[in-house]
Design a binder for this molecule. Sequence first.
Ligand code: 5AD
Ligand code: FES
Length: 352
Amino acid sequence: MNTMSEKVKSLIDKLAAEKSLSKEEWLAVFGGWDEDDRAYAAGKAREISLGVFGNKVYIRGIVEFSNVCKNDCYYCGIRCSNTNAQRYRLSDGEILECCAEGYEYGFRTFVLQSGEDYAVYHPERMAGIVRSIKKAHPDCAVTLSLGELERDALKLLKDAGADRYLLRHETANKEHYSKLHPENMSFAHRMGCLRTLKELGYQTGAGMMVGSPYQTDECLADDMLFIEEFGPQMIGIGPFLPHKDTPFRDKPKGSYELTLFLLSLCRIMLPRVLLPATTALGTIRPDGREQGILSGANVIMPNLSPTAVRKKYMLYDGKICTEDSSDECRNCISARMKRIGYEVVVARGDYV
Ligand code: 5AD
Ligand code: FES
């Protein structure tokens, strides 16, 4: 075994003991790791998640209720400039029906996700939807993933009963952020929004793509330092995957192995964090989500959207589950977890 690898293992040990590394140390990890280090981190991460959660996996049903977006992120298939995207919007009743169906299948968290479509799904309307879901399913958590909103809107939604909010920071490096987004999108505003979410008492999810164009080891080091400092309750991490109708169509996809490694490092740093094995991870590898769980993840977010719209919510090419129905995804996940010795639980699965 080479000395570089020994160095990375000792840094993984240090992370496990101190829950913190310096920027230089993170750079040494990202600059020097190999498969053996990844397996080492995965073993530690898995031990930690078994200790905190046992062999239980939380499921969240995701309802992709609108693919209309005012933003133009260079990586995303539903960016406003993509005229090939067939746009759709679900009615309030359709959203509620997805949740009712999900409840039958044992989901106790509903994630409402959309593009930034505030003109139509304005905060008052969303608050009404949240109240209706909470009324129909008082034992369920509602997670919102609507993009950047101002404090008053986020407060209104919190008061309506929303429990959690997912807003990936995408990259904690300002220069990198400006290479992924057009000029009218602000790194400071996104970070400010994340801080507001926490202040308002949301269980807050941050996260990033792995291998997004122009990402360097320094960007990843900045991501890990940001995650340590911010202390999110959830972290969404998946590989970047190109979409044919975006400016990044010819960019290479992110590394599957590096994604698993980052999941393990996050678990080691934040033992109780809610960490999904993402759909993008399941897209880059057929057993990606299983391997994510075995690397320290503890959440899976199957799709609850009506099958008719699934193909239209294409953030990247090849997205899985677009031909399937909600019960098929639900059963598929149970079987996949069972095969690796894990079990899906019927529970809200709050951060504790
Ligand atoms: N590849 C992988 N992930 C993507 N996302 C958006 N576009 C892509 C892509 N091309 C992720 C972003 C966003 C989340 C909803 O999906 O991180 O926050
Ligand atoms: Fe959708 Fe497997 S999770 S088909």
